[in-house]
Design a protein around this ligand. Sequence first.
Ligand SMILES: *Cc1c(COP(=O)(O)O)cnc(C)c1O
Length: 391
Amino acid sequence: MDALGFLFDELKSLKEQGLYRIPRVLAGEQKAHATFDGQDVVNLSSNNYLGLTTHPRLKQAALDAVETFGVGSGAVRTIAGTMDMHIQLEQKLAEFKHVDACLVFQSGFTANAGTVSCILGKEDVIVSDQLNHASIIDGCRLSRAQIKVYPHADMDGLRKALQEAEGRRVLVVTDGVFSMDGDIAPLPEVVEISKAAGAIVMVDDAHASGVLGANGRGTVDHYGLHGQVDIQVGTLSKAIGGLGGYVAGPQHLIDYLVQRARPFLFSTSHPPAVIAAASAAIDVLLEEPAIMETLWSNTEFFRAGLKELGFDTGASQTPIIPVIVGDEKQTMALADGLFAEGVFAQGIAFPTVQPGKARVRTIVTATHSRDELQYALDAFAKVGRELQIIS
Ligand SMILES: *Cc1c(COP(=O)(O)O)cnc(C)c1O
């Protein structure tokens, strides 16, 4: 007897709804031009905004760290797994973000979930943007606080939720850059409204780290809001090119997380190579600003090209550029057609986005050549016309 037999029915149901996904497999390095499922493609699906996954300075730093410190940290941070390089990276990140202190987690996911779940409790309220990342949502659930979701970027909705929560401890949390739409949170308004209500403000800068603000410091820097956002989460897994997440904020926040954040307490710390690469990445952000300039000029070029062809790029303001199709099946046909033409851009449908809002999501990087981006635009034009998404 197969006690897991019921999963066959679940899988069948996913397949019938067109929601069953088989991850494409990458051979070789994660680059702007790459080989997925044996096919040579222009890669518009990675979060490798700055090309740091293969940057020589990061590779060398990782190799040196393996030689000097080995491959593993051997323990959780609170037992024996805090190496001096962990502390040095946290100091470097704190300085970079212009905050008192930083704490590195295994991933952006655990940074969000671990932080939200441990600073709020069941008497408290969390006010959360409707399009916030799954790791924030899981953190909210784990905290057992009451959760109030406001419509995406809707400041009246935020005000209303805060009024309803009056008299209680409240956390307002938003993504800095929204991962499926590429729009930037209206952080100055979020801060003003939340502070007037005495709420804590937290921003998740996973897609803004290394992308927005001076040298990629994030949305707080982008809007000139230093000192006004209580908790900033960043990731080391996207533009920074490796793996990890961090929380940046006042010293007492970090001191508390060290005592209470469960992923920090109960899961082994990063191996030396990962920490060394992240540290080298911050040096690259500070010393090679031209990479970010190329990222943004490529972004403007590609978004303008898609718009000119007649595609709907929604509210995109960043290198995340969705091509909104609406219909789920047409979206998947566009993504498949593009792949056959040598362009990898992920089709995204419900439940990741709302029903009827399906899209092909593209992410431009600094390392795409203009030829590669033009090639992708030509493929979008061809397949888009074949499917009558554009005329
Ligand atoms: C990717 C992402 C995360 C998780 O970061 P990882 O470092 O990949 O775990 C958190 N929040 C948002 C908005 C993200 O897009």
